[in-house]
Ligand binder design. Structure first.
Ligand SMILES: Nc1ncnc2c1ncn2[C@@H]1O[C@H](COP(=O)(O)OP(=O)(O)OP(=O)(O)O)[C@@H](O)[C@H]1O
Ligand SMILES: [Mg+2]
Length: 486
């Protein structure tokens, strides 16, 4: 028979558990508080421990650390009375087998208990990797980047809790992590959280935006260059890999690297070595790599623009950040979080968000994800003259109303503004799905829409349509065929 140790002062839970489990399969022992738990485990060796986060004498997460210090410690399932991404992250980081929140589905808890006792003590297997011996080492004399004030991961959705757990699980290993998700979903935030929870947290975290630079400049940024390596290389420059030695590097927008840079990155990931641009000396460093992309690397691979071997090297662990519209439970919490932040930042005292405005936010599609929500609240706080934020204070609500009210006489001369506004809400999606083809895709769709609408307006009279459009009838027929316009 297997034994479960439940450390929790919540009577309800112990009673439900006792009712649900098969007494022939498990024995449940109860402890209502932390003191004595470690001794109990040493003496009795339970197969699994269920541990509450809030114990009368203190934090269950502290107790978790002690339990994990016992040789051959049993798997520990952390139980929390409320959803907390921080607790989820911390629990997994300290080696918990699982993190579940009350009220939970009992079925699921039973499955977890079952798995934990089957995969006997799997969670105690050493996860730490051996660090390679350094041939060459410097500890750069730069302190970690600008202090960012609000780096807590906010959310209560199942999705965000899974992400927090994932961060906790991978943080302490040196494994490369690939983070993917639409623009503004929090990729950089997650990368920083991984670093902060890793064994490298007292070392630097450097970030490089791979899309912002040309091939030569990006390579010089990453690997450094020697004096005279190229025009304007007036002196030796150390690259980010060198500067991030023993720390973490964040390669943002990794899809936008050239094939040449990709092969250098591959070597860096495989051997942890490289040469400065124009240099001969091979340098060896110990850098943990976290990469992010908002484009599909799979499509890029299919199109021959991304190396598959690099892809596998980067995604030893991959974390997907779902768009905000797919985890709407997080919207109210995030909105209030940003309200706090921008109240503090601006010295304003906006007390809250009306339920009508909150409803608007909860339904809005947020093509720009969390960043768009943040910008919305920021603008609203800055501009608001009221005690609370109303729908009218939200720029996204205003934009939408203005779009409906567009005065075409006025805007005739200003198509640019209008199209920009029309495209903006869906641009993130277009960007994501049109790898290197944005122009072609938009132009085609635009042409098709204009021709289709004109024909509709003129009851499919092609002569008049060609006239109004200002194109020849041949061109019109050609486009109708090409786009299959009915
Ligand atoms: N879960 C979250 N809790 C709190 N703040 C968040 C969360 N997710 C994102 N943010 C905030 O939203 C903003 C955008 O996040 P971040 O820069 O990490 O997104 P990203 O995925 O890197 O976007 P991009 O692809 O545009 O670079 C940041 O200010 C970040 O702090
Ligand atoms: Mg980013």
């Amino acid at each position: 028979m297997k034994s479960i140790l439940l450390v929790d002062d919540d009577k309800n839970l112990s009673e439900t558990l006792a009712e649900l489990i098969d007494p022939k399969e498990y024995r449940v022992d109860l402890l209502a508080d932390a003191p004595g738990t470690v001794d109990y485990i040493r003496a009795n060796g339970p197969d699994v421990v269920l541990l509450d986060v809030n114990l009368p004498s203190g934090s269950g997460l502290e107790l978790l650390k002690e339990i994990k210090g016992i040789e051959g410690a049993p798997p520990v399932i952390i139980i929390s009375g409320y959803v907390s991404t921080d607790n989820a992250m911390e629990a997994m980081k300290e080696g918990a087998y699982e993190y579940v929140t009350k009220p939970f589905q009992m079925e699921r808890l039973l499955v977890t208990i079952h798995k934990a006792t089957e995969e006997l003590h799997a969670s105690t297997l050493a996860k730490r990797q051996v660090k390679p011996e350094m041939l060459w080492q410097t500890t750069p004399d730069i302190t970690s980047e600008v202090v960012d004030t609000h780096r807590e991961i906010i959310g209560v959705s199942e999705e965000i809790v899974e992400i927090a757990k994932m961060i906790g699980r991978v943080a302490k290993s040196d494994a490369a992590v690939l983070i993917f998700g639409e623009s503004g979903t929090g990729k950089e935030l997650v990368a920083r959280a991984i670093h902060r929870n890793s064994n490298r947290s007292d070392k630097v975290f450097l970030s490089v935006n791979c899309a912002a630079l040309t091939e030569t400049l990006l390579e010089s940024e990453l690997f450094g260059h020697e004096k005279g390596a190229f025009t304007n290389a007036y002196s030796r420059k150390l690259g980010k890999f060198e500067l991030a030695n023993s720390g973490t590097i964040f390669l943002d927008e990794i899809a936008d690297t050239s094939m040449t840079t990709q092969s250098k990155l591959l070597r860096m990931l495989q051997e942890q070595e490289f040469e400065r641009v124009g240099g001969e000396q091979t340098l060896k460093v110990n850098v943990r790599v976290i990469a992010a992309t908002n484009k599909s690397l799979v499509s890029a691979i299919k199109e021959g623009k991304f190396r598959i071997d690099l892809f596998y090297r980067l995604k030893v662990v991959s974390i997907y950040l779902p768009p905000l519209r797919e985890r709407r439970d997080d919207i109210p919490l995030l909105a209030n979080h940003f309200l706090d932040i921008y109240n503090k930042a601006t010295g304003k005292r906006v007390e809250g968000i009306t339920s009508e405005a909150m409803k608007f936010l909860a339904k809005y599609s947020f093509p720009g994800n969390v960043r768009e929500l943040e910008n919305t609240i920021q603008t609203a706080v800055v501009m608001s003259k009221n005690r609370v934020l109303e729908v009218d204070d939200l720029p996204i609500a205003k934009d939408r109303r203005e779009l409906v009210k567009i005065d075409f006489d006025e805007i005739k001369d200003n198509y640019y503004q209008m199209f920009r506004r029309l495209l903006e809400p869906i641009y993130g999606k277009i960007y994501q799905n049109s790898n290197g083809q944005i122009y072609a895709h938009i132009q085609e769709a635009f042409e098709k829409a204009v021709i289709g609408l004109t024909l509709q307006q003129l009851n499919n009279n092609q002569v008049r349509a060609a006239e109004s459009l200002g194109i020849s009838r041949n061109t019109l027929r050609d486009r109708i065929d090409k786009y299959g316009i009915k």
